[in-house]
Each structure stands twice: as structure tokens, then as C-alpha cells.
Design a protein around this ligand. Structure first.
Ligand code: SRM
Ligand code: SF4
Length: 580
């Protein structure tokens, strides 16, 4: 199936064997779906990821009965693809309803502009998928060894047409790289009464880009503008930076090999920013993306999943050899990169003109979780806004929402609805909270070793008065927390990264920055959660005391170095600087 197969291929991993034997991702899913058991077997659990769902259990409700192995109450996380984060009010309303009727009563906006539901039981999986489909969305390829949800700056800034053009290119690319397997339609979308499929099968099945074994690992793509890297383009396997002049996109700088996840016990793993590969005109975006995906398909590691991402393929081949191979698949040489690079970042929070007489409002959703808890009734407020104001909707790469197409009077209406439901407007939250982000972690994520989403708000509560005391309330810096080193909230290029190390303990990283174009460095390891507040406050005190004019927190920490910051901060904590 490959354009070229490497000479001595080592033994493929178990996941590869399962994928190869799966007949285009069918495997035993259909049979096991109907078998009455609460969960699926191992092979299906792996394949199901490509269909957008993970078998999980609530780790806090595991019960060990009479010294026996603990019992797990199986449920499913379902991720819905939302290319570029673009939705209608009806689609988001339907997603919220599905969370209430079939899930755990919440929905989660993700760090890649898509939607996750948790707590769906097996018997309702098919109904769920059908409702996603009826909502004109899909879960196919939301997870698994395929191209994932493609990210793009979601801002509807029509005054300058480059964003519209870039967003349209994303739509083309998302269609181009979508898997063609009919398994999804057969398994999930067959009408239970008539047996009819919503997309009719015919002819032999082919995957023109992926082939029958798909990719060695997940593959992620993002689009950004030099002046606005809100999608963290350098953290992706494949990135496109739109180079534009006078309202026209001249072409794209192509980046390859970004990825954040690491396995601390495996020294061969590392986080990486994408490398600048070359420049293509807009009409070549699909072809270069396809060429890079195919090189990864044919040369990515299929024996060891720990080192199967594109960043490792490039590391193993060397950047020049990789570029040569890409050019061979692309069919022509790549032009050198245009000098344009990312130099700005906008999270699009707050009230903005769209450039077409309308407005949009960037609404911060803390850690992307939409829920009603006590007096904080965000879910109900959102329903009201979506029903009454009927805005367009976009999900940002910062787990937040943009309400688009608004008139000037909608500003007050939205603020009133939020306040009536105990929710603050974006203007009322601190800059610190606005730029913070946490992954899901406990209780659903099977890989979490520490808390994240559930504890970051409390840490921000504790830090807010300290930040205010230091006079840093207006300073924008990213604080990103994850419950393990897989790095789902992209902590390794943030100003302050907090990564779960073991239960209740974290590693602190410093020295990345808003721009997302620099990895940070390890500052302190195995820090108990209770100490995070004072440790971070000490770093901020050091920044306040020693920064150069106009220097950002990340740039300061990078310049001063980890030893320099640590020595100063430890003296401050010990009271030697009068504040400890
Ligand atoms: Fe992630 C695995 C959640 C963005 C790197 N990620 C997981 C799983 C599915 C856990 C699992 O394998 O059992 C998590 C589901 C938890 C749950 O209960 O819901 C999970 N990842 C998430 C989300 C929901 C975090 C969030 O708070 O928003 C994000 C969903 C994105 C989406 O809509 O598609 C999410 N994950 C990311 C990102 C950020 C990004 O893509 O911009 C990364 C770092 C970038 C990267 O891929 O390198 C990321 N997730 C990982 C990894 C490490 C991959 C690696 O190459 O080492 C894993 C584990 C794995 O793949 O083996 C993982
Ligand atoms: Fe789970 Fe780790 Fe990702 Fe957090 S970073 S969602 S704990 S895999």
C-alpha cells in the first residue's frame, strides 16, 4: 500500500496489528456493541478511538469488594470534531442537550477547538453518534491514528479577508484528510428499524491517503497568522502560517514535527516545536499536507508507539532527509520559508468589531467546562444566550467561546444573562485566570497521575491577591496545568507550566511565552500542590524586582535562567529578601 516501504521493518506494535486486521476500522466493534456487556474488548477499545470515543471509567467510583479487584463502572468519552471551532447556536445547544440526556450533564470545550462529552454508557453510544450526525457533525477521526481536528484562528474579522481565506482553506483541508472508511456509517449510522445507512456503501473500500493501516500515531494540524498565533501552531505535527500582504494570502510557511507529550521514564521521548520546512502557494496546501501525511504514514515508527509521532520521524531521518522525502512525495522542490514568523497572539476575549458592521464577544469558559454547579449556572446561561441572542459560535484553542454576528445591544443582553446566572463576564475575570488553562485529568482520564481541571481554579484564586499585591494584575502570561506529562493543555511552551508528576505533586516549568514559539525549562520538580501558590508567587516577585522594561514573564525567566530565578526566589521565600 505504501509509496515506498522501508527495507527492514521491525515487528509492528499490537495496535498496528489490530488496525491492519480491522478491515478499515471495523474490527469487532459492531458485534461487541450488541453483546450486552458494559464495555468492549481490548482490540475494539483501540479501534474505537478512531471513531471518536474512549472507553473510560470514573476513577473515583472504582470499588474493591471483599479484597477482589476493583470494579469499574464503564462509560465513554466522546469527542466531536469541529474544524476551526466553527458552530451554529443550534449545534452547541444540541451538544449541551446531549450532555444532559446521555452524558454526565456537562460538556467540555477542548484545547483543540472541539467538544467532549463524558459519561455516556455503551447502550447509548449508537444513539449518541446518530444525534451527533443529525447535528451535522461527526466524531469520526476526533481521536485515533489519523488527522485530528484541524485548528485555525476562529476570529470572524471580516475587515481583512485573510482570516476568511485561511478558514476556507482549513475547511478544504479537513475534508481532504478525512478518513473515507465506511465502517463509521455502517456501525453507528445504520437505522435500527430499517437497517438503512445514511451514506450508501458501494465499490471496494479504499483510503486514498491513509491506506488500510492509517497513520502510526495521532496527527495534528493548525493554521495561524504571523500576527496571531492563537492556535499554538508550533505545537502541531503540521502547521501553516499564512503569509499575507494587503489583504491577500501569498502562501503559507509550512512547519512540521511539533508535539508536546513526553514519557518521563523514556529518555527517547521529548517535547518539540515544529521545524520550518518551506513555503507553498495557497493552491498547494492540500498537496503538501498530503505529502507530509504520506511520508509519516510510510516512515513513522510502527513498532514503538512512544516514538511514533512525526517529531520522532523527523528526528530519526534528520530534517534535510525528511524534507527531501517530502519533496519527492510532493513532486517538486519546496520553496524556502518566507521570513514571516509568529509575532503576535490574541485570545479574542472581550468585545470586538467584526469589520462587517457586526460585533463578536470572546467569552472565557474556565478550563472549557460548561456546567451548572450551585449558584454558578453557566450551562443555563449559555442556553439562554444561544436561544435568545442566536449568535454564531466559535470555540477557541483556549477552551473558550466566541459569540459572533452580534449587534451593539447584544453586549448588555449577554452580560445581563451571565450575571443572572452567577457567571462573570470576560471583563470581570482577572488577566491571570483569562490566560490559564487546564486539561481534564481526574476523574475520567486514565492517564492522569494528578489533578488538573478541578484544582487550577483554586490555585488561581490563591494567586490572584498575590499578583495584585505585586502590581502584576495587567500582565498577560500563560499558566497551563496538566495532570500528567502528556501535556494536553500545552504546558511546555507556556510562561508557567505545571505538570502532574505523581498524586498531589507537580513539576513547574518556566520560560515559554504567549507566542508559543519557545519551549520552557524545568524549574522545580515534585512540588506539592499546597506549595505551588508560594513557589509561583516567589517567581513573580523575582520577575517584578528584576525584569527589564517591557519584558514578559517568559522572556524574563528565559534570560535569567532557571538557576538565577531559583536562587532569587528561594532567598525571597526564606525571608532573606524581606518578603518570605
Ligand atoms: Fe490529549 C491523551 C484529553 C489535547 C497530548 N488526551 C488524551 C486522553 C484521550 C487520555 C487517554 O489517552 O486515555 C485524554 C482524555 C481525557 C478525558 O477524560 O477527557 C486527552 N487532549 C485531551 C483534551 C480534551 C484536553 C483538554 O483539556 O482540552 C484535548 C482534546 C483535543 C481535541 O479536541 O482533539 C487534548 N492532547 C491534547 C494536546 C494539545 C493539542 O493538541 O494542541 C496535546 C499535546 C500536543 C501533542 O499532541 O503532542 C495532547 N493527549 C496527548 C497525549 C500525548 C501524545 C504524545 O505524542 O506523547 C496523550 C496520550 C497518548 O496519545 O498516548 C493524550
Ligand atoms: Fe489526561 Fe494527561 Fe491529557 Fe491531562 S495531560 S487529559 S491527565 S492525558
Amino acid at each position: 500500500m505504501t509509496d515506498e516501504t522501508p527495507a527492514s521493518a521491525p515487528k509492528p506494535s499490537a495496535v498496528e496489528v489490530a488496525k491492519t486486521a480491522s478491515n478499515f476500522l471495523r474490527g469487532d466493534i459492531a458485534r461487541e456493541l450488541a453483546d450486552g456487556a458494559p464495555g468492549f474488548g481490548k482490540g475494539s477499545v483501540q479501534l474505537l478511538k478512531n471513531h471518536g470515543t474512549y472507553q473510560q471509567d470514573d476513577r473515583e467510583t472504582r470499588k474493591a469488594v471483599d479484597g477482589k479487584k476493583s470494579e469499574r463502572q464503564i462509560s465513554f468519552m466522546i469527542r466531536t470534531v469541529v474544524p476551526g471551532g466553527k458552530l451554529t447556536a443550534e449545534q452547541l445547544l444540541a451538544a449541551i442537550d446531549m450532555g444532559d440526556e446521555l452524558g454526565n450533564g456537562t460538556i467540555r470545550l477542548t484545547t483543540r477547538q472541539s467538544i467532549q462529552h463524558h459519561g455516556v454508557v455503551k447502550g447509548e453510544l449508537k444513539d449518541f453518534m446518530q444525534r451527533v450526525h443529525a447535528n451535522h457533525l461527526t466524531t469520526l477521526a476526533a481521536c485515533g491514528d489519523v488527522e485530528r481536528n484541524i485548528m485555525c484562528c476562529p476570529a470572524p474579522l471580516h475587515g481583512n479577508p485573510v482570516r476568511d481565506e485561511m478558514q476556507a482553506k482549513l475547511d478544504e483541508l479537513a475534508k481532504h484528510l478525512a478518513p473515507r472508511t465506511r465502517a463509521y456509517y455502517e456501525i453507528w449510522l445504520t437505522d435500527p428499524d430499517t437497517g438503512e445507512q445514511s451514506r450508501v456503501a458501494g465499490g471496494p473500500e479504499v483510503e486514498p491517503i491513509y491506506g488500510p493501516t492509517y497513520l502510526p500515531r495521532k496527527f495534528k494540524t493548525a493554521f495561524a497568522l504571523p500576527e496571531d498565533n492563537c492556535t499554538d501552531v508550533y505545537a502541531n505535527d503540521l502547521g501553516f502560517i499564512a503569509v499575507h500582504e494587503q489583504g491577500k494570502i501569498l502562501g503559507y510557511n509550512v512547519l512540521a514535527g511539533g508535539g508536546m507529550g513526553v514519557t518521563p521514564s523514556a529518555a527517547k521521548t521529548f517535547p518539540a516545536l515544529a521545524k520550518r520546512l518551506g513555503f507553498v502557494p495557497p493552491e498547494d496546501v492540500l498537496a503538501i499536507a498530503e505529502a507530509i501525511v504520506k511520508v509519516q504514514r510510510d516512515f513513522g515508527n510502527r513498532a514503538d508507539r512512544k516514538v511514533a509521532r512525526l517529531k520522532y520521524t523527523i528526528h530519526t531521518m534528520g530534517l534535510e532527509n525528511f524534507r527531501d522525502k517530502v519533496e519527492e512525495y510532493f513532486g517538486k522542490p519546496l520553496a524556502p520559508c518566507h521570513p514571516a514568523d509568529v509575532h503576535g497572539f490574541d485570545d479574542h476575549i472581550g468585545w470586538h468589531e467584526q469589520g462587517d458592521g457586526k460585533f463578536f464577544y470572546g467569552f472565557n469558559v474556565e478550563n472549557g467546562r460548561v456546567h451548572d454547579t450551585g449558584d454558578f449556572r453557566l450551562k443555563t446561561a449559555l442556553r439562554r444566550i444561544l436561544r435568545d441572542v442566536k449568535p454564531g459560535v466559535r470555540i477557541t484553542a483556549h477552551q473558550s467561546l466566541l459569540f459572533t454576528g452580534l449587534t451593539v445591544t447584544d453586549r448588555e443582553r449577554i452580560a445581563t444573562i451571565l450575571h443572572e446566572h452567577g457567571v462573570q463576564t470576560s471583563e470581570e475575570i482577572s488577566t491571570l485566570r483569562r490566560w490559564s488553562m487546564a486539561c481534564v485529568a481526574l476523574p475520567t482520564c486514565s492517564l492522569a497521575v494528578a489533578e488538573s481541571e478541578r484544582v487550577l481554579p483554586g490555585l488561581i484564586d490563591a494567586l490572584e491577591p498575590e499578583v495584585a499585591k505585586l502590581g502584576l494584575g495587567q500582565d498577560a502570561f500563560t499558566v497551563r496545568m496538566t495532570g500528567c506529562p502528556n501535556a494536553c493543555a500545552r504546558p511546555y511552551n507556556s510562561d508557567i507550566g505545571i505538570v502532574g508528576r505523581t498524586a498531589g505533586k507537580y513539576t513547574i516549568f518556566l520560560g515559554g511565552r504567549l507566542l508559543g514559539d519557545r519551549l520552557n525549562a524545568q524549574y522545580k520538580d515534585v512540588v506539592p500542590f499546597e506549595d505551588l501558590g508560594r513557589e509561583i508567587t516567589a517567581v513573580l516577585a523575582c520577575y517584578k524586582a528584576e525584569r527589564h522594561a517591557g519584558e514578559t514573564l517568559g522572556d524574563f525567566c528565559h534570560r535569567k535562567g532557571m538557576d538565577g530565578v531559583r536562587t532569587w526566589a528561594d532567598e525571597w521565600l526564606a525571608g532573606a529578601r524581606g518578603h518570605g
